[in-house]
Design a binder for this molecule. Structure first.
Ligand SMILES: [Zn+2]
Length: 277
């Protein structure tokens, strides 16, 4: 059987990483799926080749940092898995491609890209009805809602000796106004003498509970106009409210993949010396 060294495996993984380190942006779902399936197949084949040649899979990463034992820490004999269980997060974010984590991570990255394509497609074709539903669920402010007012009034009514009636409820209700901002459920006073809200009374023609809400609504309107141009149906929601993979996130992911070529020396395996592929 032909040998397959750790160094050769590392080089092969690096080659695949270079071919697959691009965001899937711009690909159709079918193209993205194909690219992903092909990569999984290739990595799988390399792992099997490695196993066939060596009788074991590529090594797992190990924790190399010194462990700071705290007082009373149970220094049990570690199990076989424990050295791999405590690898520093920073190292896991960029695992060497000679390790199993490296191979897994390469697949993970592409799976994430594929999922992002599915998500993009769903966003672009979402119906207006679905957008309105998502917008209703997106609440940024709810300091004092109509339910709070209702609860306050019920409580005041139930105090022994209270003479409050539903006529009073309506009178009190009229002293309040619902904020016009889509993402705010607040009621604010527009008349003096509200029983429950001690906030500053705003002008009777006020639309928003705060200047922040006015700004939020203006931004939402702008976002609706922008998304109406690029999606089948526009939305008032800010992008981060419905999209998990932002451009910035993708950029950072790609930067992580820039593997300095000089690091390839780390993959050299003195015993085998030459690549088997
Ligand atoms: Zn508001």
């Amino acid at each position: 059987m032909r040998g397959y060294s750790k160094a050769a495996f590392g080089r092969r993984m690096d080659q695949m990483a270079r071919l697959n380190n691009r965001s899937h942006k711009g690909l159709t779902i079918e193209e993205s799926q194909l690219k992903y399936d092909e990569l999984v197949k290739q990595v799988d084949e390399e792992l099997e080749r490695y196993f066939d040649a060596n009788g074991y899979y590529p090594e797992r990463m190990r924790a190399t940092h010194p462990v700071a034992y705290t007082e009373g820490f149970n220094k049990e004999k570690p199990s076989d898995m424990s050295p791999s269980a405590n690898v520093l997060e920073g190292n896991l974010q960029r695992p060497p491609l000679t390790t199993l984590e490296g191979a897994t991570w390469l697949i993970d990255y592409n799976a994430m890209q594929l999922l992002a394509r599915y998500e993009d497609f769903e966003i672009e074709s979402r119906s207006a009805k679905e957008w309105r539903m998502l917008e209703r669920e997106y609440v940024k402010r709810a300091d004092y809602t109509i339910m709070d007012f209702y609860d306050d009034f019920r409580t005041a009514m139930e105090v022994p000796g209270s003479a409050l009636t539903w006529v009073d409820y309506r009178r009190e209700r009229k002293k309040l106004r619902k904020c016009k901002c889509k993402f705010c459920l607040n009621y604010f006073p527009i008349e003096e003498g509200s029983m429950f809200i001690r906030k500053r009374v705003r002008r009777s023609d006020s639309l928003y509970c705060t200047a922040g809400c006015k700004q939020m609504q203006m931004d939402a309107n702008k976002e609706f106009r922008r998304t109406s141009e690029i999606y089948e149906n526009g939305t008032y929601l800010p992008v981060y409210a419905y999209k998990t993979t932002t451009e910035d996130h993708e950029r950072r992911e790609m930067e992580k993949w820039e593997i300095p070529i000089e690091n390839m020396d780390d993959y050299e395996d003195e015993k085998v010396g030459k690549s088997a592929i």
